[in-house]
Design a protein around this ligand. Sequence first.
Ligand SMILES: *Cc1c(COP(=O)(O)O)cnc(C)c1O
Length: 425
Amino acid sequence: MNPFEYYKTLGIDEGTFDLGEKTEKALAERFAKIDRTAELCQLKAIAAMQKNRVSAECFEASTGYGYNDLGRDTLEAVYADVFHTESALVRAQITCGTHALAIAMAANVRPGDEILSPVGKPYDTLEQVIGITPAKGSLAEYGITYRQVELLPDNTFDYDGIRAAINEKTRLIEIQRSKGYLTRPTFSVEQIGELISFIKGIKPDVICMVDNCYGEFVEEIEPSDVGADLTVGSLIKNPGGGLAPIGGYIAGKKELIDQCAYRLTCPGLGAEVGASLGVSRSFYQGLFLAPTVVASALKGAIFAANIYEPLGFSCIPNATEERHDIIQAITLGTPERVIAFCRGIQAGSPVDSYVTPEPWAMPGYHSDVIMAAGTFFQGASVELSADGPIEPPYAVYFQGGLTWAHAKFGILMSYQKLKEAGLLP
Ligand SMILES: *Cc1c(COP(=O)(O)O)cnc(C)c1O
């Protein structure tokens, strides 16, 4: 069958198909570079698995206390090798990215200490963890103070401001790599390295923690390669490779990771307990697939920017710049377009494709939000997914795509829906 026929069956017209072909062809060189990074990250994962003698026994489930869980303990050694750290905690008991970050922070500060974010506001959910927004159980309630230094107007680090903010109480630095849902650029690993060197030059014993969500395997190196003491992320994003059904990881210095284990379980028990309940195989296989999954998601993000930017929609990152995470923001300018875009992504999904998403008042958001998520795992944003707050500037944020073919198709569906609704400029 002629390739267009496959797309036609799924509702893509010839004009949309041709635009997709032309756009993809023009990106060949960039895609080859992404494939090269994936290849090197793939080899990192294989080398770590071979070095730690991953075997079929590692996929067995432990139950109850989970003492002597070979699979879990070996996986943690594998993560430590991939991230080039002394140790790692990789657990199904870490419920999400926010939880992993909360553990890493809470475990390594004590009353009277201060946390500093030198890159402006941290991710929304951390506001309550830290107590920037008052919340029950926040670190503020335990006498931990917090300070942040904004980025300069050109989005570079305010080195003078950071120097002035570091004091005798400063114990932990929180550096968020990805822009998340802000409009600042995502930092490269190299930029993070420069920031860490600067901070350690002022206070060598401070703990530098990097929120690595959405950043893993986008580059050949990770924040842990440039001086981060703790590197933290979620397994339903990049490193879970679409197969991990839950989980988070923290990789870093052994004494800091030990503290995290005591905080995750309890003092005295630490990493010794925590049954894997049969998820180990998906954690290993997901890590093994993660570099190519991330490459697919990256290609999708770049493809989308190259479809929408020429139509006059502002894209962050833009169509040509280098990528440091898998998130793509597109400012569509009207609520109707945001809705049509998300409906296209949903209609292109393998799961729940027949569902029509509607904007709704989600808890924690100040406007209605429309979400498209035809995912195998709830909220797994390494899978192709999109969300758009129904408020100016009417931007959609989308990310993921377990395969390039799906990312391409989903984005073409979004374009098709906009076209059919007469919403293209
Ligand atoms: C997703 C994300 C988090 C939180 O992860 P959850 O799994 O949603 O709790 C934290 N920081 C950044 C930058 C993220 O993208």
